[in-house]
Write a protein that binds this ligand. Structure first.
Ligand SMILES: [Zn+2]
Length: 1026
């Protein structure tokens, strides 16, 4: 879990007074100067250096001897052999083993993001290079990032990247029939946007003059932004060593060398302990009950030599499901584990090295950015770690601005930081960076006004108007709609805002195209006038219809020249005009139907419009506030394909549902003030031999590996699946690089680059030893969402179960040398069955419960969008006991003491009536108070005299001046600070309505429609033994 907090609006645009020629390198502590006025949720960002949480001794030595039989809820006798296994609750549906995610190594890029290369079917010549590079070798325009109409096909010099069509064709077979309506490639309509920028820079010119420039003045000791990541096992590796920048003389090139012995996890462990590594310790899941580490589950550390691992990318930003990459696809197939990356590329970082340089050094062949894992053959040449081409070191790069010495290219910040940001020179733009443009579309129908949401939005905007990321060029506009569309003329000089109503929603037009988007600074008073009067303007409205589609069409027209961000607030099913929808949720079918219908969109209107928006650099964020069905499966497409985000507040009402209102307020504040990148594209490259084939998240795949992100925000996660196209036989390490090119809200073109390096292994046991169980579960969740839509929910559920069965079978048959009874897993995968069961019970995939269709679809959106750390809490919440908090092992942050209670299993057997327990579900916190709860807790923490006095709908802990009260509030505040959204707190008692919800998250317990954890293990064991 991050200890960096969310305080920093890093890189949001400092005063970069020093031009490139003056200050080629500078490290900007990115939490300076970008802070919006204090944001309560993110106020207390932890400093970069924190005492790490207590090391997760996964197997607490003090734990009780496992006595499985007694401890399980159901009195079961442990089966002696598979043949006598009591089939307690035979699964209602035994998954056919054939239904697996791994049948075919080539997974399809399934419905959400078909790679579309609509613009240029045939290879086209590289665009003329506008800049004289002064070099004899013409640069390769392989990674040209351009407007859709100009996108050349990915004809690569680097055969690691296969052309998209080939991948697509193979892929379709395994994931079931594609959804016709969705798969169609939908070229953005309308005129091609102005050429935006090119991702390929030319100048590799030796610049003899470069050396003489005054160089950067300050470069504080290079501290990768993620140094605070707890790495309990090997803290030393994560702490960057002091950089000896003072060395004057050119040094020997000590590129970290890799020897096979160092890379094999099992061998490495053998050297140390002459024992099996902990990750491979055999765990009998049926016997060992206490599987959760006391604190957060930490990702495995790749088995790399220290000097490489020290430089590696933070797992908070970049994670791989397998931290040891199999040498061949057949080995990967044998392991039956998914191979993929999980990214959080624009995460708020407390420190981020930012480089201004007129030369961004990249591989001439594959356009990889120079990074810590390239090798220097000598002072003048470096070898690309992705395609192995040998490149020249440009003259300018020979100078190290950090040590102010010459001849140390390997000590440049680009080679010392796996996460770095460049301020891009003009070569990276084909049009000037656009201003920040914000357009708000507000539902003002009777239904919407009745919820009172308009007051909250307008007030929040008024409060945060000065904190919207941007500069003097920032533009803003408003549209409201019911059955007609209302535009607002806010042009300077008007005495008050002017409303312009367009009632012809069939043929959308802009009434006064030039005055609807205005400069925020120049027209701030009119904007404030409008925000103050909007809630009253519609208070008497009787208009019930919603013409969302036409309103979006108007927004598209309004922003098509600049791009920008559209924020839509919608409270009902859109019923008139283009994109109108019909109710599809059938309450009677929610619980009964084994297969849930209507998970796919009812119309392609929203997807088509999103693609048009994407082409014009417009992203649409959707806030859905509704008690009724709104068909999120259809509406959500507008955000999914335009790289927007979706927020959902079921049963929103200002008065009837105050906790939703509180969450909405906090979310809005974060949303309005967080960092934003415009006109963005992200490309993920990997070492030759590896190939990316499926992407998960909100974006549009512009070409094979280029994601179009009209907006990028710090709270968005992404995942990709990979296959091994060519054997990695003579490779000891492989690398992955994500490069995000964006326009900052201050109008700077910037490139954020993350590079991850991982070892290659050739044995199954090493693959298993490096398995990252959380990353695996998260990737499988995304794959299962796709499967639910492209095939069926039951298919997806079977595939999830089979993922566990297949990998444990592979482990038992191919890794274990001695067969033992029980259900065996390597220690690193011991949580795998638990996570799979948690996914099966998750709102997205559960069956047999009455889950509203929109809530299910939203849960699916979350699984594909949330960064890993938050996603895991939503899948498997953390449970803590709260009535006996102590300072033992507490963190000390900014002079606050944060208790660190142990994480408990999600089972009612862990609850006791004399205690109080907190469940952290990511978006929601539940504090359950037992009926016989310790009276001192009631008085000292809740401020009540007895359990009877506990109010039904308590949402806040009173601020009492007691040690107990401070401890628990410090802990809850700390939990909240670590995520970008605001979890609401429900204090519940036995009679509370929410108790059922709380109990539903007890993943290990049996419910009417789902197996207990133990029963699930028995089911897995039966299948594994087959
Ligand atoms: Zn290369």
């Amino acid at each position: 879990m991050s200890s960096s907090g969310f305080a920093s609006q890093n890189g949001a645009g400092a005063t970069y007074a020093n031009g490139p020629s003056q200050n080629p390198v500078a490290l900007y502590p990115t939490n300076q100067g970008y802070m919006a006025p204090p944001q309560p949720g993110y106020l207390n960002a932890m400093p970069a250096k924190e005492p790490t949480p207590p090391a997760p001794s996964y197997y607490n030595p003090s734990r009780q001897q496992p006595s499985p039989v007694a401890m399980f809820q159901q009195p079961l006798s442990l089966p002696a052999s598979p043949n006598h296994r009591p089939a307690l609750v035979p699964p209602t549906h035994t998954p056919p083993l054939a239904n697996s995610f791994y049948q075919h190594p080539q997974q399809p890029p399934s419905w959400p993001h078909p790679a579309v290369n609509q613009a240029s079917p045939a290879p086209s010549p590289a665009p003329p290079q506008p800049y004289n590079t002064g070099t004899s070798t013409p640069p390769v325009f392989q990674n040209t990032m351009q407007s859709p109409a100009l996108v050349p096909p990915y004809s690569s010099l680097n055969n690691a990247y296969m052309p998209a069509p080939a991948v697509n064709v193979v892929a379709h077979q395994s994931f079931g029939p594609p959804q016709a309506a969705l798969r169609g490639t939908l070229p953005p309509s309308g005129p091609p946007p102005p050429p935006l920028a090119t991702h390929s820079d030319g100048p590799y010119s030796a610049q003899p003059g470069a050396m003489n420039r005054p160089m950067g003045t300050a470069y504080p000791s290079l501290q990768p932004a993620y140094q605070s990541v707890p790495a309990p096992q090997k803290p030393a590796h994560m702490q960057p060593a002091a950089q000896p920048y003072s060395t004057a003389a050119p040094q020997q090139y000590q590129q970290p060398s890799v020897s096979t012995a160092q890379l094999s996890p099992s061998l490495a462990a053998l050297n140390l302990q002459s024992e099996m590594p902990e990750a491979l310790r055999v765990v009998n899941l049926l016997q060992e009950r206490n599987l959760l580490p006391p604190g957060a589950v930490t990702p495995p550390t790749p088995c790399l030599p220290q000097d490489l691992q020290r430089l590696n990318c933070s797992p908070e930003v970049f994670r791989c499901t397998l931290t040891s990459i199999p040498q061949t696809q057949s080995l990967l197939n044998k392991a039956k584990l998914p191979l993929g990356l999980l990214l959080h590329p624009f995460k708020d970082l407390s420190q981020l090295p930012v480089v201004t340089s007129s030369t961004i050094v990249r591989c001439r062949s594959c356009r990889t950015y120079i990074n810590p894992f390239v090798s220097f053959l000598d002072q003048r040449r470096w070898k690309c770690n992705l395609c192995y081409r040998v490149n020249d070191v440009p003259e300018e790069f020979m100078y190290n601005p950090v040590s102010r010495s010459y001849g140390e290219p390997h000590k440049r910040p680009e080679v010392q930081n796996a996460t770095i940001e460049f301020i891009a020179p003009s070569e990276y733009m084909l049009r000037p960076p656009q201003p920040a443009v914000y357009l708000f579309i507000l539902d003002v129908s009777h239904n919407a006004v009745e919820t009172g949401y308009l007051d909250v939005v307008c007030q929040s905007l008024l409060d945060n108007l000065n904190s919207l990321p941007g500069d003097t060029r920032t533009k803003i506009g408003f549209i409201t709609f019911d059955s007609t569309i209302h535009f607002y003329n806010l042009q300077e000089g008007l005495s008050q805002p002017q409303m312009l109503i367009v009632s012809d929603i069939e043929d959308m037009f802009l009434p006064t195209p030039d005055s609807l988007l205005v400069n925020l600074n120049e027209c701030k008073e009119l904007v404030q006038d409008l925000l103050r009067s909007l809630p009253q303007m519609f208070s008497k409205t009787m208009e019930t219809q919603s013409a969302l589609g036409p309103a979006l069409q108007g927004a598209f027209k309004l922003l098509s020249h600049t791009g920008g961000r559209v924020s839509v607030f919608q409270t009902q099913l859109p019923a008139v005009g283009a994109g109108s929808l019909k109710p599809r949720d059938e309450p009677s079918q929610r619980a009964a139907a084994k297969d849930i219908q209507h998970l796919s969109p009812a119309t392609d209107f929203y997807k088509k419009l999103a693609l048009d928006c994407s082409g014009q650099q417009i992203a649409v964020d959707l806030f859905l506030l509704s008690a009724q069905y709104c068909d999120l499966a259809s509406l959500g497409c507008i955000s999914r394909y335009s790289a927007g985000s979706v927020y959902y507040y079921p049963s929103y009402h200002n008065h009837h549902n105050p906790s939703q209102t509180e969450r909405f307020q906090k979310d809005l504040k974060r949303y309005l003030t967080r960092k934003i990148g415009f006109e963005a594209v992200m490309r993920i490259r990997c070492t030759k031999g590896l190939s990316i084939h499926t992407f998960h998240g909100n974006f549009f795949v512009r070409s094979t590996d280029l994601l179009s992100l009209p907006n990028v925000n710090p709270d968005a996660g992404f995942a990709v699946q990979m296959s091994i196209e060519e054997n990695l036989l003579d490779m000891q390490v492989v690398s992955f690089q994500a490069a995000l090119l964006y326009t900052s809200s201050k109008g700077e073109r910037r490139i954020r680059v993350h590079t991850l390096c991982l070892p290659v292994v050739n044995s199954l046991s090493d693959i298993f030893a490096g398995a990252d169980v959380q990353a695996i579960a998260a990737l499988l969740a995304s794959m299962a969402v796709d499967r639910s839509v492209s095939a069926s929910l039951s298919d997806a559920r079977d595939a999830l179960t089979n993922a566990a069965i297949d990998s444990l079978t592979s482990y038992c048959t191919s890794v274990l040398t001695i067969q033992q009874p029980g259900l065996l897993a390597p220690a690193c995968l011991r949580l795998f069955p638990l996570y799979i069961l948690a996914l099966l019970k998750h709102k997205a995939f559960c069956t047999g419960t009455s889950t509203r269709l929109d809530e299910r679809v939203f849960a699916m959106c979350q699984l594909k969008y949330q960064p890993l750390a938050y996603l895991m809490l939503m899948v498997h919440p953390a449970l803590y006991r709260m009535d006996n908090l102590t300072d033992e092992g507490a963190l000390n942050i900014n002079e606050r003491t944060i208790p660190q209670p142990r994480v408990l299993q999600l089972s009612v057997e862990k609850l006791s009536r004399d205690g109080a327990f907190l469940m952290d579900h990511g978006m929601v916190l539940y504090l359950w108070i037992g009926r016989n709860c310790n009276p001192s807790f009631l008085t000292q923490v809740l401020g009540i005299q007895s359990y009877i006095a506990l109010p039904q709908n308590m949402k806040q802990l009173p601020e009492l001046d007691t040690a107990e009260s401070s401890r628990i509030r410090a802990f809850i505040d700390w939990l909240r600070e670590q995520r970008p959204f605001y979890p609401i707190l429900h204090i519940i008692r036995d009679e509370s309505e929410l108790k059922a919800e709380f109990m539903q998250n007890m993943v290990e317990d049996r419910t009417e429609s789902a197996l207990s954890y133990y029963e699930f293990l028995l089911h897995l064991q039966q299948q594994v033994s087959k």
